[in-house]
Design a protein around this ligand. Structure first.
Ligand code: RB5
Length: 142
């Protein structure tokens, strides 16, 4: 399974750790950043979001310091449902109820073990559909 991944400088170390941890499971399409040098998060979140928005099968991971910058940016793209997750249940519910297609993590507020669990949970949890399908269908602004 191919997963898009991107971060700013605050998320760079965690991005690299996640790529390594799940290297046997996922093929990564890395949209940067590629060092800890200070950058602007929209420059990385927009390309990832554009890739996910254009294909219903695509999935992504975005990381910045709080997660908010990349989440706000990615959610400007129609069909992107980028969910800021910081614990197990929120990651599971982002998939079950929101059919989130981008996992967003706050690198400065979670440890690495939590981040690995969020990735596991997000990509192992299915959308429940039903009443949630109707709600998800109402998200895009027409
Ligand atoms: C970078 O210092 C920080 O502002 C960024 O990573 C993110 O938290 C923005 O939302």
């Amino acid at each position: 399974m191919k997963i898009h991944i991107a971060s700013d400088h605050a998320g760079f170390e965690l991005k690299e750790a996640i790529k390594k941890q799940f290297s046997n499971r996922f093929e990564w399409e890395d949209h940067g950043t590629f060092s800890s040098e200070s950058v602007d998060y929209p420059d990385f979140a927009h390309p990832l979001a554009a890739a996910v928005a254009n294909d219903a099968a695509e999935r992504g991971i975005l990381i910045c310091g709080t997660g908010n910058g990349v989440a706000i940016t990615a959610n400007k793209h129609a069909n992107v449902r980028a969910a800021l997750c910081w614990n197990h249940d929120i990651a599971a519910l982002a998939r079950q109820h929101n059919d989130a297609n981008v996992l967003v993590m706050p690198a400065r507020f979670i440890d690495q073990a939590t981040a690995f669990d969020l990735v596991e949970t997000f990509f192992n949890t299915a959308f429940e559909g039903g009443r949630h399908e109707r709600r998800v269908q109402k998200i895009n602004v027409r």
